[in-house]
Design a binder for this molecule. Structure first.
Ligand code: ADP
Ligand code: MG
Length: 249
């Protein structure tokens, strides 16, 4: 593809758990605005790699660079400051609060963190409007007043994306977003991801290859802790090493 600025650059990432090497000198760049999927059979190191970028795993060696800044040692709760926002596989929603309140909390937190000029007369109304916009964007218009716990599994994942978007990510990390979704919910999620702002970089770890092939601009394949290949969907589908890794042949 075209070469633009690099949003995420992984330099020789190695992660060892005792004697096991979960990631072995994995290196790749993700251009800004790209939707990059990371796939591979079980045990390939996908979750570990995701954790290294999200900040839940510290690599044994190597560096994580985002927009030119080395964030390797930045703790997970500080990664939002540099625009790295993660939706984790295990939901962090407030299930007893309403759908609107879940997004509103995230919008208000972002407003505080950004040190925006505080205008008490309008801030709350603006935050409400922004929350409603986000909920419409993720396909939850009309569900605002429900407790988050009353949503279907797929709708919860949509709400998680809405909460993530409230933080205005530069790099959005999605950890198996389609896990447990119905085909209709997966299709809606795919549409939602494809509709994200063009400048937003998305890193996606996902088992559902139909979803991956539907929305990834490029796919990185891991196998037993090593980077097997990175390429377009067509290249990866046609790659015999990839087929072998998946079929175990
Ligand atoms: P994937 O997500 O691709 O299935 P993981 O990143 O979860 O792969 O795991 C890669 C390898 O690292 C596997 O062999 C797994 O058993 C091992 N592993 C992952 N996390 C830990 C951990 N905390 N301690 C020890 N081994 C781990
Ligand atoms: Mg995993």
């Amino acid at each position: 593809g075209m070469s633009g600025p690099i949003a995420v650059s992984l330099h020789d990432i190695t992660v060892r758990f005792g004697r096991l090497t979960a990631l072995d000198s994995v290196a790749f760049d993700v251009p800004a605005g790209q939707h990059r999927a990371i796939i591979g059979p079980n045990g390939a190191g996908k979750s570990t790699l995701f954790g290294v970028v999200a900040g839940t795993h510290r690599p044994t060696s190597g560096r994580v660079i985002v927009d030119g800044d080395d964030i390797t040692s930045l703790p997970v709760h500080r990664r939002a400051d540099v625009g790295v926002i993660t939706t984790f596989q295990h939901s962090s929603l407030f299930l007893r609060e309403t759908v609107l309140e879940n997004v509103l909390l995230a919008v208000a937190r972002k407003a505080r963190v950004a040190h925006r000029w505080f205008r008490p007369a309008t801030a709350y109304r603006e935050q409400l409007e922004r929350s409603a916009e986000l909920l419409a964007q993720v396909g939850l218009a009309g569900r605002e007043a429900l407790p988050a716990g009353a949503l279907s599994h797929g709708e919860r994942r949509q709400l998680e994306v809405g909460v993530a978007l409230a933080a205005e990510p530069r790099v959005l990390l999605l950890d198996e977003p389609a896990a447990g979704m119905s085909p209709a919910e997966t299709a809606r999620l795919s549409e939602l991801i494809r509709g994200l702002p063009a400048e937003m970089t998305v890193l996606l770890v996902e088992h559902d290859l139909d979803l991956v092939f539907d929305l990834a601009h490029e796919v990185t394949v891991l196998h037993l802790g090593q980077l097997l290949t990175t390429g377009s969907v067509a290249q990866v589908r046609a790659n015999e090493d990839v087929q072998r890794a998946y079929l175990g042949a």
